[in-house]
Design a binder for this molecule. Structure first.
Ligand SMILES: NC(=O)c1ccc[n+]([C@@H]2O[C@H](COP(=O)([O-])OP(=O)(O)OC[C@H]3O[C@@H](n4cnc5c(N)ncnc54)[C@H](O)[C@@H]3O)[C@@H](O)[C@H]2O)c1
Length: 320
């Protein structure tokens, strides 16, 4: 069995932490990180193999898969929701053609594939509260269109060719390590930086916008646990709803105020990101993930806020 792991989008918000977690669990030389144009951190570069590739280029991906005899691909390279709305053609190319390249190479070289979908794969006609695992998916953002396409392609390659494809629908992800990459939920990361730096934050979503969220350690755990799950237990393969908490900007600000009482939030709504957020669920039902592979998050809003502020204050050297 081929055991080497390839991580695309390794310099991104998830990839930078997932790569290090995979190296810790399976060994540094087992995990090949691939970036695109952005400079990787010293940690990522020095802890194991690192390459640059364009994921929409079949030959470039194939060269790396052959060179390292890859058996597992964590495919994270993508254009996120707000950026996708500004450049829909690029989003289609990277998010859809990219996964198509990865799946075809996975079929040819017998690799398993993990790819994240998103809450963005839902749309305004989806039930908003307790959004079921299997429900209406008519997204109105280009990001959503590409994410549903990716979910379907992964299912197709599993059903038609038996490729071991697996994936989750992540909610907004929050981390103190790598800044968010241009999504609609980025406010929930930026707010912590600004709370420490300026004691105030101007939010681009309205105060009552409720969205699912997750702290990065849980997101990493979800990816690795799903890839290690017993295949016979998986009724779904791709696009498992996973969530850890849901909150509004106002509720998050209230949590931060418990640690930084002088913190103030104000609002200056960005119509594009507000429009995207309004088309997404308030809260997903992730019971299929729990039943099929034991999904259970470790962090809620309180524990996450305490950990975020503790670690960011060290990183920024600002006490509170
Ligand atoms: N971060 C979140 O809140 C979130 C939520 C739901 C789903 N997701 C999904 O998780 C995955 C990873 O997200 P992330 O937050 O780490 O994104 P990110 O934007 O931080 O990282 C994506 C990486 O992909 C790389 N990339 C872009 N175009 C490329 C190309 N043509 N070839 C090779 N690499 C390219 C970028 O350089 C970047 O480092 C994506 O599929 C995203 O849709 C993320």
């Amino acid at each position: 069995m081929k055991t080497k792991i390839l991580v695309t989008g390794a310099v991104g918000q998830i990839g930078s932490e997932l790569t290090m977690a995979l190296r810790k669990r399976y060994g540094n030389d087992q995990v090949i990180a691939v970036g695109h144009r952005k400079k990787p951190s010293e940690e990522l570069l020095n802890s194991g193999p690192f390459e640059f590739i364009e994921v929409t280029n079949y030959d470039e991906v194939e060269v790396i898969v052959k060179k390292y005899d890859i058996g597992i691909i964590y495919h994270l390279a993508a254009i996120l929701s707000a950026l996708a709305e500004n450049n829909p053609q690029l989003a289609w190319k990277v998010n859809v053609e990219g996964i198509a390249v990865v799946l075809e190479i996975a079929r040819k070289y017998n690799c398993s594939v993990f790819t994240p979908s998103s809450i963005g794969a839902f749309g305004p006609s989806t039930p908003k509260d307790g959004t079921p695992q299997d429900t209406i998916q008519r997204p109105t953002s280009m990001y959503g269109v590409t994410k549903v396409s990716g979910e379907l392609l992964c299912d197709y390659y599993h059903l038609k060719y038996g490729v071991d494809t697996r994936g989750v629908r992540y909610p907004g992800l929050i981390s103190y390590v790598t800044p968010a990459g241009g999504g609609t939920t980025d406010y929930a990361v930026d707010i912590y930086y600004k709370a420490l730096e300026d004691k105030k934050y101007e939010c681009f979503l309205s105060k009552e916008t409720r969205l699912d969220m997750m702290y990065m350690p849980d997101a990493i755990k979800a990816a690795m646990d799903l890839m290690e799950a017993e295949p016979s237990k998986l009724k779904h393969r791709n696009a498992f709803n996973v969530t850890a908490m849901n909150f509004t900007p106002e509720e998050l600000a209230k949590e931060i105020k418990k640690f930084i009482p002088e913190f103030e939030i104000s609002y200056n709504i960005d119509p594009i990101r507000q429009g995207i957020a309004d088309s997404w669920p308030n809260s997903m039902d992730d019971s299929a993930a729990t039943e099929e592979w034991g999904w259970s998050p470790d962090y809620g809003i309180e524990k996450m806020t305490e950990d975020m502020l503790k670690n960011l204050s060290k990183k920024l050297n600002i006490s509170y």
